[in-house]
Design a protein around this ligand. Sequence first.
Ligand code: 0O3
Ligand code: SF4
Length: 308
Amino acid sequence: MLMRVLLPAPRSFCAGVERAIDIVERLLERYGPPVYVRNQIVHNAHVVGDLESRGAVFVSELEEVPEGALVVFSAHGVAPAVEAEASDRGLDAVDATCPLVTKVHSEARRAAEGGDTIILIGHEGHEEVVGTKGVAPERTVLVERAEDVERLEVEDASRLTFLAQTTLSVSEVERIAAALKRRFPEVKGPAKDDVCYATTNRQAALAAVVDEADLVLVIGSPNSSNSNRLVELASAAGTPARLIDRPTDIDAAWLEGTEAVAVTAGASAPPQLADEVVGELARYGTVEVEERRIADEHLEFLLPQRLR
Ligand code: 0O3
Ligand code: SF4
């Protein structure tokens, strides 16, 4: 059997994920274990498992962190109330929030200070949304779908700002933003939108090959928003797609009659997993691998001052 394997690029780690992992690694090197991390540093089982094996301790509540200990906030960001709690408890907090998430927090703060209601486009309960909403909880309303826009009740339609979670579907956010602008012509918003460069590039790269593939494999963990959006994009384009955490998740039945597979990975999935997935596919026959790059990514974020 001959199978074409298309590798859309960019895929895998983004600059914010690399920085967050780097922060935990450097803290482990400098201070030794344990290094507490509030929530999964990024939504990936391999990354979490690897750091755990080297002495990182993942907790969901700050209460689980002993007084005075080192604690890292995950890449998805935290509400100001969490920062305050850490400082009240005398914890030594290091913030691994992606600077592009922090930017959205700053926009939320500015809008709230100006007296605007914030319409946050995002998924209820997602950590990034919990954090961003926490910047101005009394002034923020959440919109998950374009249909929610009609049901929105706002205090003053002339004082509105919309913001978005960074890992959503670009086309879905565009649809919601258009619905908001139709219903509230005075709504203010980001020049483009808050969906970040990495999310945008991974979606565009997959979109460029999806029609050539009979199957799309997206490497990522089940709780990774940006990875799930890649699966949705492929399904919406009419190509069956599966989210896999590791090569052994591949079911032989998926490959029956498959001539071309696209293999991509969410921003929190380690790059070597794509090679391992290609290796696994090669067990079923001869593979012909072709990378399809739509953009180069050179962005690198500075580490927090104390770790530079
Ligand atoms: O936000 P999402 O569930 O996609 O998070 P991941 O999978 O950890 O990916 C990195 C994105 C991030 C840390 C915030 O934008
Ligand atoms: Fe930052 Fe975007 Fe990566 Fe999220 S997906 S960590 S916003 S670069």
